[in-house]
Design a protein around this ligand. Structure first.
Ligand SMILES: N[C@@H](CCC(=O)N[C@@H](CS)C(=O)NCC(=O)O)C(=O)O
Length: 251
């Protein structure tokens, strides 16, 4: 099988796709794209939308973490990405939907907000990236790309503050799904591969790492080991972190 994955360095859904391919033991070639520039490139490659991960499987195009999970299971059923039992499968699919639709975006919004304030940590996030240009040059000229990515993702003060207010509740949902055995169960599933990279991306931020690490959510990340690199020194206003820190102390 000839497999080519299009992604962006550090992309959490892009990492989810890589974890699922690895779970299936399917070798693949990865093409890293610049954020924002990825949008027209992915469309020019014939995919219907602008997002990564986008994948060509023997020339067939599949886009989005959830369609990719299903196509991989269809092409190579073993080891599965979903439980065979219908009730358990429904729970995993709901966890996967939650990861895709509710958890992915706030973390994306927070990280682009942070990069707009300080681009210097970008180098740490670009480790291992194959962008076709030297990383120091890419980082040096990243200003307009970062500004556009923050704009497209609506990484405003207001949104990021609201994201941080809601994050405690989202982490509680992850911990509940772990306690119920839907996540981090005996067999890892598409939902684990969906959610762990998003948590890992959040944990690259020193502001958020200590609030996630001690939770069951942190254990899931340690088990799945999503290969997202990066380290962002404290940048979020203490006042914005208060609701999250308060929730961690109460728990
Ligand atoms: N939620 C979808 C989309 C992922 C997504 O939004 N990826 C971002 C990078 S992390 C992207 O490609 N953004 C460019 C765009 O929105 O056009 C999935 O899980 O596949």
């Amino acid at each position: 099988m000839k497999v080519r994955l299009y992604t962006i360095p550090g992309s959490h859904p892009g990492t989810a796709a890589q974890l699922m391919l690895a779970h299936k033991g399917i070798p693949f070639k990865r093409k890293d794209l610049f954020p924002v520039l990825s949008k027209p490139i992915v469309r020019a490659l014939g995919f219907p939308r602008t997002t990564v991960p986008a994948i060509k499987l023997d020339g067939e195009r599949v886009q989005g973490t959830r369609p990719i999970a299903r196509e991989l299971d269809r092409l190579r059923p073993d080891p599965p990405l979903f439980p065979a039992d219908p009730e358990k499968r429904a729970a995993v699919e709901e966890a996967e939907r939650f990861g895709d639709e509710e958890l992915q975006h706030p973390i994306r919004q927070i990280i682009w907000w942070a990069f707009r304030k300080d681009k210097s940590p970008l180098t740490s996030y670009s480790e291992g990236a194959k962008l076709g240009v030297p990383i120091p040059l890419a980082v040096k000229t990243a200003g307009p790309i970062v500004a556009l990515a923050a704009h497209f993702n609506e990484s405003t003060d207001e949104n990021v503050r609201a994201d941080l207010e809601a994050l405690g509740g989202l982490l509680d949902r992850v911990d509940e799904m772990i306690a119920a055995g839907t996540l981090n169960g005996e067999q890892l599933s598409a939902a684990d591969f969906q959610i762990a990279p998003t948590l890992k991306l959040a944990m690259t931020m020193q502001d958020l790492r200590p609030l996630i690490e001690p939770r069951p959510a942190g254990e899931l990340v340690r088990r799945v080991q999503p290969k997202i690199v990066g380290d962002f020194p404290p940048i979020l206003p203490a006042e914005w972190l208060e609701p999250l820190r308060g929730a961690a102390t109460a728990a």
